[in-house]
Design a protein around this ligand. Structure first.
Ligand SMILES: [Zn+2]
Length: 499
């Protein structure tokens, strides 16, 4: 079946900039679903110029009268009734089209039942006025959905963002509150805070929620920590849309916070048992290691406290060994692991540093050479093109030959231009990063000894993905490139891209 699509937006809708796209989209989708062929589309945006819509309507009307039979047009498809006719006169004329040309009306959003679209009755028209006002709401919603599709959330921006009047970018990070959001995610992702203690800390750091209510209460924090807008998603009716506004939080940090919220990664904030609550896990059953503080009374009456870590699984499988580590022993094991990343021979370490520096300097130089050669090649080809043109103008070669040669040279030139446009595929900073990383690995154990508990947790997280404890040893499943470093000092350039 062949159809014509008619869309219209009022000047108000037009100012908002989304409705005509939305209408056209739903109409096309409907036509596609019905297997209808769209042979013509008319769209009219009411402009300040009066009568523009009248003209467009007449144009459509005339076109249908003239071409309907020849083109086999059967239906005019519009989003809603109010899009095709705004008054009685239009309705009568559309009725005329049906009577004379057999072209019926169809609506994507037809509230009048299936028969009504075909037989557009005066009763229906009487309802139009009512219909128009009733549907204002759904029209507004449609505009909103289109806004979301275009990557902008509707209504007020959430905490951390600011609504501005810039059409191209209506939502920007709030100069101060965005920092607060970043801080909230950063702190909470460490797993060391409850919503309450996080609220306390934020106040202490001078972050405020609202002028009338400074403290971030649990509800406010939970709402912020669950809000996917900060990673650039707009969730509407259960569907995520990609936002165009600037994100405030990385997906990794966001996911970490979700884990903490769900209790998957909740850690104790007890300063006496710093490694309990999931930072280490049992190598046998995967349960977290929990801390215990045990008091021992000596003969002389003095009391000594020992801290132990044990598998928290209260119903372990039968072959599960007894797992119990003294805090000091665990600490020693960590230091030993960190030491394993280090190259002890200072001469060897220096050699690696020099090799890294030289290798990256080479890469930079190679790229510079490559570009210089290409630039030279380009000027050579241009010179040839000029000479070819002169030879041709002098009449020394035929036009055919000239065209072929010129074509070849132009292809060559385009190829060189393309190569010059390419961005160098290496990061100049990578050499520096590799060096810093190397120095970090060299000093990891010392850094560890100088760190406070929070920094230690951070270090462990940065170096290792998982930290497993068996009854005899500690296994830090290291992240790249720490895994290579710990296995052997073969830090080659080829692995530089894994940093
Ligand atoms: Zn276990």
């Amino acid at each position: 079946m062949k159809v014509l699509i008619w869309t219209r937006v009022s000047s108000r809708e037009q100012r908002e900039g989304y409705s005509i796209d939305a209408q056209m989209r739903v109409c096309r989708e409907r036509a596609e679903r019905q297997n209808w062929t769209v042979i013509r589309e008319f769209q009219v945006a009411e402009s300040a110029k009066r009568g523009a819509e009248r003209l467009a309507f007449n144009e459509m009307f005339t076109w249908v009268r003239r071409n309907a039979k020849r083109e086999g047009l059967e239906v005019i498809l519009a989003h809603k009734l109010d899009r095709v006719c705004r008054n009685m006169k239009d309705a009568v004329r559309l009725q005329e089209l049906e009577d004379q040309c057999g072209v019926k009306l169809a609506f994507v959003d037809n509230q009048f039942g299936p028969g009504a679209s075909g037989a557009l009755s005066f009763n229906v028209m009487a309802a139009v006025a009512q219909y128009y006002s009733d549907n204002l709401r759904s029209e507004v919603l449609k505009g909103m959905e289109e806004k979301i599709r275009q990557g902008w959330p509707m209504g007020h921006a959430c905490f951390g963002y600011l609504n501005v009047s810039d059409k191209a970018c209506p939502i920007i990070p709030h100069p101060e509150k965005a920092q607060t959001v970043v801080r909230i995610f950063e702190l909470f992702s460490s797993g060391m805070y409850t919503l309450d203690s996080l609220g306390d800390l934020l106040i202490a750091e001078g972050h405020t929620f609202r002028p009338s209510y400074h403290r971030f209460n649990r509800t406010a924090l939970a709402y912020i920590l669950h809000n996917r807008a900060y990673i650039g998603e707009i969730v509407h009716r259960g569907v995520s849309h990609v936002g165009k506004f600037k994100t405030l939080v990385s997906r990794k940090t966001f996911d970490l916070c979700q884990d903490v919220l769900k209790g998957r990664n909740r850690r104790s904030s007890s300063p006496e048992l710093p490694y309990q609550g999931g930072i280490f896990r049992c190598a046998y059953c995967g349960a977290m290691m929990t801390g215990e503080r045990i008091a021992r009374r000596h003969m002389d009456g003095s009391v000594v406290h020992h801290v132990y870590y044990r598998c928290a699984n209260n119903a372990p499988p039968p072959d599960h060994p007894r797992l119990r580590w003294k805090a000091a022993k665990l600490e020693d094991a960590i230091v030993a692991e960190l030491e394993s990343m280090r190259i002890h021979d200072e001469g060897h370490a220096q050699l690696i540093r020099n090799t890294l520096t030289a290798a990256f300097a080479d890469v930079v130089k190679l790229e510079a050479d490559r570009r210089r050669i290409l630039a030279k090649l380009r000027s050579v080809i241009r010179g040839r093109l000029d000479r070819l043109m002169n030879v041709y103008l002098d009449g020394a070669i035929e036009q055919g030959e000239f065209a072929v040669k010129q074509g070849e040279l132009r292809v060559e030139l385009a190829d060189v231009d393309l190569q010059l446009e390419e961005k160098p595929n290496y990061d100049q900073k990578r050499g520096e990063t590799a060096l810093k990383l190397f120095d970090f690995m060299q000093n990891a154990a010392d850094i560890w000894r100088r760190s406070n508990m929070a920094q230690k947790r951070e270090l462990l997280g940065a170096i290792s993905l998982n930290r497993l404890v068996s009854d005899v040893k500690l296994v830090l499943e290291k992240r790249k490139p720490f895994d290579i470093a710990a296995e052997g000092p073969s830090l080659s350039i080829g692995r530089g891209d894994r940093i």
